[in-house]
Design a protein around this ligand. Structure first.
Ligand SMILES: Cc1cc2nc3c(=O)[nH]c(=O)nc-3n(C[C@H](O)[C@H](O)[C@H](O)COP(=O)(O)OP(=O)(O)OC[C@H]3O[C@@H](n4cnc5c(N)ncnc54)[C@H](O)[C@@H]3O)c2cc1C
Length: 398
């Protein structure tokens, strides 16, 4: 046996699970196909629910020493008017704000914290290609080079394009999304974090403030990427400038379509998250809509729930198989609830807005009410910031 627990994928789900299983004394091996954490196509939002987990682990102060901005309210431009949507400062949480932290900083921090435990190993440049099955149960994974890694439990945390989920035969359900995203950078002067959303006729733009540049997500109707590209780069720049006039000058920095990456939005979930010897969590179990930017935090919550149910018993040498259902029992409901709300927002707000050609004269009534009444802004803050059924660390420290 190479490990008690092999975790495939060093994203938020895999790294936090790795930390917690190793902390409990379970011999844990995380396999990550890339050589570093420096990938750009990931979110930057560490929500109050995740910060609360690090508080419980005694690691919050150290985490917040990593470069980040603290965002206490989310808002945006709707029909050119500034609107506040969510107010986090009233949340009952140890850190009632979103920490805007590049995901590579977050993952690097978790890796450092996990390395303090002798039971933890992270292997990078190690890509899992298949499940190894023995006697009807999963006994580990085969790497792309053919090497076999055997373990009592395999946890698939290999993200939304999970190979292990595909190989597992577990049943899944597609929820779908009416949009795709172009992802690119625009320069900006340094200053207070101004991350925001821009909502206008036929266009949604999410702007993540990364200090000296905006990481921009240009949201458009699914399947129309070629049409947007076909209109030309000049028209693309003009659409951005029309919706966000402050960015007009910065759009000049966009020199070619090579700088604009297409991200296809998928929303789905497994209806069953486990088989003997195998557990699937994070995006591999449920690719989330970008609405609310909750993917990282759900992945972390899954990891905490998995460690709560399994790490202690595994450290005592118990068989994990009869316990695997506990993770799904705990996390499928919050996943369904979150995706249900995302789908409602997709169908009722995003799709009509992206499909419309009638200019928005002013923000809709509901947006104006949110802006006016602070108590309304606490509802999305709670749903986005803490999520449904927040987890607490119950797994032991060896
Ligand atoms: C452009 C973009 C912006 C986003 N913005 C936000 C945001 O602002 N806030 C938010 O909360 N969420 C955001 N998300 C979603 C968020 O990134 C995911 O929900 C979250 O990262 C899921 O964590 P995970 O650990 O389950 O999977 P991932 O983060 O996808 O990690 C999977 C890991 O597994 C590795 N891997 C994959 N296959 C293999 C293999 N076969 N063998 C070994 N390793 C493998 C990958 O390299 C990766 O490191 C965004 C996503 C995208 C694409």
């Amino acid at each position: 046996m190479d490990a008690d627990c092999v975790i495939v994928g060093g994203g938020p789900a895999g790294m936090v699970a790795g930390l917690l299983f190793a902390r409990a004394g379970v011999k844990t091996l995380v396999l990550e196909k890339h050589g570093d954490f420096l990938r750009d196509f990931r979110g930057d939002t560490v929500h109050p629910s995740t910060l609360a987990i690090f508080h419980e682990l005694g690691l919050l102060d150290a985490l917040l020493r990593r470069p980040h901005d603290e965002v206490t309210q989310l808002g945006g431009l709707v029909a050119g008017q500034a609107i506040r949507f969510a107010e986090f400062s009233g949340l009952k949480a140890p850190a009632p704000f979103i920490a805007m932290m590049p995901q590579w900083e977050f993952l690097d921090f978790v890796a450092d914290a996990a390395r303090r435990y002798p039971a933890f190993t992270l292997r990078q440049n190690a890509e899992a290609a298949a499940l190894i099955e023995e006697g009807g149960r999963v006994a580990g994974v085969r790497l792309a080079g053919g090497e076999e890694v055997l373990a009592r439990l395999t946890i698939a945390c290999d993200g939304r394009h999970s190979v292990l989920r595909d190989r597992s035969g577990l049943p899944s359900k597609t929820i779908g999304a009416p949009m795709d995203v172009f992802w690119f950078r625009l320069p900006k002067p340094r200053g207070p974090n101004r991350s925001m959303g821009v909502f206008d006729t036929g266009l949604i733009l999410a702007l993540i403030d990364r200090g000296d540049y905006w990481q921009c997500a240009f949201v458009f109707a699914k399947g129309s990427a070629d049409r947007v590209r076909g209109d030309g780069l000049e028209a693309f720049r003009a659409r951005i400038a029309r919706a966000a006039p402050d960015l007009a000058e910065a759009t000049g920095a966009l020199a070619s379509w090579d700088e604009v990456k297409l991200l296809t939005v998928t929303v789905d979930r497994l209806e069953r998250w486990h088989r003997p010897g195998l557990l699937v969590i994070g995006d591999a179990a449920h690719a989330m809509s970008p609405i609310g930017g909750v993917g990282i935090n759900l992945a972390v919550q899954d990891a905490v729930a998995a460690a709560n149910a399994l790490a202690g018993p595994m450290a005592r040498g118990e068989d994990p198989d009869p316990l695997l259902h506990k993770v799904e029992d705990r996390r499928l409901w919050p996943t369904r609830m979150t995706q249900g709300m995302q789908k409602a927002a997709q169908d009722r707000i995003i799709a009509p807005l992206l499909g419309s050609s009638t200019p928005l004269a002013r923000p809709p009534l509901v947006a104006r009410l949110f802006d006016r009444f602070a108590f309304l802004r606490r509802i999305p803050a709670r749903v986005i910031g803490m999520g449904f059924r927040p987890e607490h660390v119950r797994s032991p420290e060896a």
